[in-house]
Design a protein around this ligand. Structure first.
Ligand code: ATP
Ligand code: MG
Length: 286
């Protein structure tokens, strides 16, 4: 029987959509029946288990799944021994301490002896022990943000992204303990055939990730400006320069990264580039 790699993905929630999109862009489609917990793909030897994100670290650590996608927050909280193969760049959030808005805050010692509600007691315990704070950590499973308002706790330790949930509950973020994003994890000591499938998968994910962080740029320039412009545009090797029908002008093609995008565009314009076109890249094989 053909070897398949088995991946645990969140069944529904904040990581599901981006995880499915990543695989789709990597050319891997799953036939998912509604409500089904297992799916397979016709285009890659992979099988998916759809789980609650809480169960993903253990499922991978135990080898019930070979790999999985989960937030770093969930992975560290559960503490199972797995390999982090790749950061995925989505599901970004932070784990923060927040206190009632009206109260004064003058530093972490505010939390000494206080009661703090959280779904991440282990991460908070580690953080406080590093900082030398003793507090009463109260674990609750959900709706942590309402705990201070109903008198269940003095403060909370929870996931924050925009901060609007905190504002709605009259809380203020006072300290960030960790930043988190979705990661691809793998069980320790993957069998060689599975490792080979993981490598094939990573090759595809690299192409998708490289493409999404780069743009193809096309521009026209007078010939006497070409040398200056080529210096600004590194390209994958070096930029392509083609003559235009209009004598004295050239067309220059290159790839630039999202990070330096605006900076590069400004320099190009300042150096005489015209008719600049920016085109998204579908896949990029390095
Ligand atoms: P499940 O039913 O699978 O247990 P859940 O309710 O525990 O789901 P979600 O709210 O779907 O979890 O969040 C899943 C993960 O997404 C979180 O553990 C975190 O890593 C990340 N995450 C949470 N909130 C946000 C946010 N506001 N923005 C971006 N990522 C987030
Ligand atoms: Mg969960």
């Amino acid at each position: 029987m053909e070897t398949k790699i088995r991946i645990a993905l969140q069944k529904k929630g904040r990581l599901n959509e981006d995880s499915m999109k990543l695989f789709k862009e990597a050319g891997i489609k799953f036939s998912v029946g509604s409500g089904k917990l297992v799916a397979s793909s016709a285009s890659f030897p992979i099988e998916v288990l759809f789980l609650r994100d809480d169960d993903i670290p253990q499922t991978v650590a135990d080898g019930v799944a070979d790999i999985g996608i989960v937030g770093e927050n969930e992975m560290y909280e559960k503490g199972f021994d797995v390999d982090v193969v790749r950061k995925l760049g989505f599901g970004k959030c932070r784990l923060s301490l927040a206190i009632p808005k009206a109260l004064e805050y003058e530093g972490l010692k505010w939390f000494e002896g206080k009661k703090i509600a959280t779904s991440y007691p282990n991460i908070l315990k580690d953080y406080f022990s590093k900082k030398g704070i003793n507090a009463d950590i109260h674990e609750i499973a959900g709706s942590v943000e309402i705990a201070p308002g109903i008198g269940l706790a003095d403060a909370i330790f929870d996931i924050v992204s925009s901060g609007s949930t905190l504002v709605a509950n009259r809380l203020k973020e006072v300290d960030v303990a960790m930043h988190s994003e979705a990661v691809l994890i793998a069980k320790k000591g993957l069998e060689p055939e599975k490792q080979e499938l993981l490598d094939q998968l990573l090759f595809r994910l690299n192409a998708v990730q490289a493409a999404s962080s780069n743009k193809y740029v096309l521009l026209n320039a007078p010939n006497d400006k070409v040398d200056d412009i080529v210096k600004i545009l590194p390209g994958m090797k070096s930029p392509t320069v083609l003559p235009l029908a209009d004598k004295g002008w050239s067309s220059i093609h290159s790839v630039i990264s999202e990070k330096e995008f605006w900076d590069v565009i400004d320099k190009l314009k300042a150096n005489g580039a015209q008719g600049i076109l920016i085109i998204p890249i579908e896949k990029m094989i390095l």
